[in-house]
Design a protein around this ligand. Structure first.
Ligand SMILES: Cc1cc2nc3c(=O)[nH]c(=O)nc-3n(C[C@H](O)[C@H](O)[C@H](O)COP(=O)(O)OP(=O)(O)OC[C@H]3O[C@@H](n4cnc5c(N)ncnc54)[C@H](O)[C@@H]3O)c2cc1C
Length: 385
């Protein structure tokens, strides 16, 4: 579409296919050695040892320069690697945000000292990051944040509150989005990003238990937290531009359409070769959607590879992908049938996987930007509003 969405189908070279086989072999060995199982928690499981093994393989910070611990591989290779990790339900949660978006933000906007201090540790699978954007009353309307960083001698003094911060209680660092000058006519001015050590005095973390009874979310309080001057990312006041470019990494990857993959694979196993004919159409439709989303997502990886910032395309994939991820458990529940589910033995693997999928699905279209907000971005990008 001219001037609108710019997605071409990426070519999967033989080299890329060989790399996919290498990743699959590694994952099958890991499963065979009992290092992880394809359990219900899927890729949201926390396993720093696994993250370190990926670091040793050279599969974190894959596209970054070698001088910062990276491996100078292509965005398409990284896409293949992440796709296989998620499809196998590998426990990637510890390093996920750092590798997906914090590292690239530091690489793009950070100082030389910051790049040297943080990127090699992220690429080794040893340093993990959380995202400090949302606040009570400021989620979708991110520009209205009230957490305030005030310049003091030697740095910035932060006061405020972040919410829904995934895994803040386990992460080493946060990229904090804070207001550095009062909200004025230009709502996107006067905001900045900082690298924050989660052990800094004045930070307290309170758990928020999610719908499924798990502890991922947190509320993070900042009370007179001092951030040294050399932990400002990029330019003070330029935070809006920086944060929106970070969201491209957050919105377009396989984690936006593979969250329910274990539910889909389990459904095919559960239905088996004698599947009732009425399930064919429903399953076929899901697989066709999955294939299309995958090609679109590869198209974004290709644009990133070419040095572009495809914000509208990323928003499109996040919107379509999360609608798909939410549909999978619904279709599975319908096809398996409530009665059959109730009849499964307690602790049955598929019942656990499906139960997990159903309980987590509502969050898919909220995290990383709600579908209404993404549709607004897409409409603006297409010149419709
Ligand atoms: C699983 C999960 C993990 C998360 N992890 C993190 C994290 O690690 N770090 C972090 O900073 N945040 C995180 N979030 C927060 C997430 O980014 C926000 O919840 C999200 O941006 C929505 O903000 P909100 O909750 O304030 O909802 P609101 O903005 O209050 O939205 C409420 C409803 O109003 C609609 N709405 C709002 N504005 C508009 C508009 N202009 N037009 C039309 N409709 C509108 C929304 O679509 C939504 O349906 C996470 C959320 C989830 C669910």
């Amino acid at each position: 579409m001219d001037g609108g969405v710019n997605l071409a189908v990426a070519e999967i070279s033989p080299g890329l296919q060989a790399f996919r086989r290498e990743v699959r072999e590694f994952l099958r060995d890991e499963i065979a050695e009992g290092r992880f199982t394809r359990g219900a928690g899927g890729w949201a499981r926390w396993d720093p040892e696994f993250s370190r093994r990926l670091g040793q393989r050279g599969w974190l910070g894959m596209t970054w320069p070698k001088r910062y611990g990276g491996h100078e591989r292509s965005a398409l290779e990284r896409h293949v690697m992440t796709e296989e990790m998620l499809a196998h339900g590998a426990p990637v949660r510890a390093h996920w945000v750092a590798d997906r978006q914090s590292g690239p933000t530091i690489l793009r906007f950070g100082t030389e000292e910051q790049k040297q201090a943080f990127l090699p540790r992220i690429a080794a699978g040893e340093m993990y990051f959380c995202i400090g954007m949302s606040e009570p009353d400021s989620g979708s309307d991110l520009a209205s944040i009230r957490t305030r960083a005030t310049q003091v001698e030697g740095g910035w003094r932060v006061n405020g509150r972040k919410i829904w911060t995934s895994n803040a209680h386990r992460m080493h660092m946060m990229i904090l989005f804070a207001r550095t000058s009062p909200l004025g006519e230009d709502r996107h001015a006067g905001v900045s990003q900082f690298l924050v050590d989660m052990k800094s005095p004045g930070i307290s973390i309170r758990p928020i238990i999610n719908l499924a009874g798990g502890h991922d979310f947190n509320e993070v309080l900042f009370e007179d937290v001092l951030i040294p001057e050399d932990r400002v990312i990029g330019t003070i006041g330029n935070g809006w531009k920086q944060v929106t470019s970070e969201l491209v990494y957050e919105r377009s990857g396989p984690d936006r359409w593979l969250s329910s993959h274990s539910v889909l694979v389990g459904l095919l196993d559960h239905l088996g070769p004698e599947a009732p004919p009425e399930s064919d159409g429903a399953v076929g439709r899901l697989v066709a959607q999955l294939w299309t989303l995958r090609n679109m997502s590869l198209g974004v990886a290709q644009l990133v590879e070419q040095g572009q910032q495809p914000q509208v395309e990323a928003a499109l994939i996040k919107d379509l992908g999360t609608v798909f991820e939410q549909e999978v458990p619904e279709v599975a529940r319908r096809l398996v049938g409530e009665e059959a589910l109730a009849g499964l033995p307690q602790g049955d693997d598929y019942a656990k996987v499906l139960g997990h999928g159903v309980l987590h699905a509502p969050s898919f279209s909220i995290r990383g930007g709600t579908k209404e907000v993404l549709r607004g971005i897409i409409a603006r990008g297409l010149g419709l509003r």
